[in-house]
Design a protein around this ligand. Structure first.
Ligand SMILES: O=C(O)CCC(=O)C(=O)O
Length: 231
């Protein structure tokens, strides 16, 4: 007798088999000079990723922030939302954001990445790229409140977008990772000190993408002479 996929899933479940056998167990290590970057191409299964994408698109209080760019106020080319533990205020590009409290969905995603890698986070910035015109310009996640050598955990759902790296001291050193639906990228060590990253615009007709960059706001922000805005 042939079994329908659902019968197979139920049977596998009863046997305690891994239903997500097509998710990555170990990350790829990206050999970037002066940096430490790991990448799970498929951290969340397609089914989980579809459900997270739909939930986050519908239930996030998306905001269109403005920044001062060469003396003029401009809209960020994406929508954002900041969540985290109480009091974990984030300041970037002249924007100051108070955290929304964690939602059950965000806590589930956070617990999944923490359980696998042993790294914990107390906040997350959500970015919604509505189409190919939305982007994030070259920058590093090196705001003082992230402390030295911050660990950034970056989860993506929706349309695949290229994530470009450029070395700060040797701009001809470049790398690219395709951040696909359900992927998880971890940047640690000196990555933010030595490299910048961007999501470029594209003229391709593409659908939405949501990125969640989990961070840890440290209690004592280190004074810093210059923080470059990102657009
Ligand atoms: O969307 C991404 O993958 C990158 C987002 C990012 O660089 C940031 O929020 O600082």
């Amino acid at each position: 007798m042939t079994q329908s996929p659902n019968t197979y899933l139920r049977a596998s479940n009863q046997l305690g088999l891994n239903l997500d056998s097509n998710v990555d167990t170990n990350p790829d290590y990206l050999a970037l000079q002066d940096a430490e970057v790991y990448f799970y191409r498929t951290f969340f299964s397609k089914q989980e990723s579809d459900s997270y994408l739909y939930d986050l698109l519908s239930n996030t209080p998306w905001k269109h922030e403005q920044i001062r760019w060469y003396g003029k106020m401009i809209d960020l080319p994406r929508l954002t939302a900041w969540f985290g533990d109480e009091g974990k205020v984030y300041k970037y590009s002249g924007i100051v954001v108070e955290p929304h409290p964690w939602t059950p969905t965000l806590l589930k995603i956070k617990q999944a990445i923490e359980a696998k890698t042993g790294v914990t986070f107390n906040s997350v910035l959500l970015n919604l790229y509505r189409n190919g015109r939305d982007s994030v310009a070259w920058h590093s996640d090196d705001e003082p409140e992230l402390g030295p050598e911050p660990i950034i955990g970056s989860v993506s759902f929706g349309e695949t977008r290229p994530f470009n790296f450029r070395h700060k001291g040797q701009p001809n050193l470049r790398a690219r990772v395709e951040l696909s639906h359900g992927s998880y990228l971890i940047m640690k060590g000196r990555t933010q000190e030595t490299w910048v990253h961007e999501i470029p615009k594209t003229s391709r007709q593409i659908r939405e993408r949501i990125n969640l960059t989990f961070r840890t706001i440290v209690e004592e922000a280190q004074p810093k002479s210059r923080v470059r805005p990102r657009s």
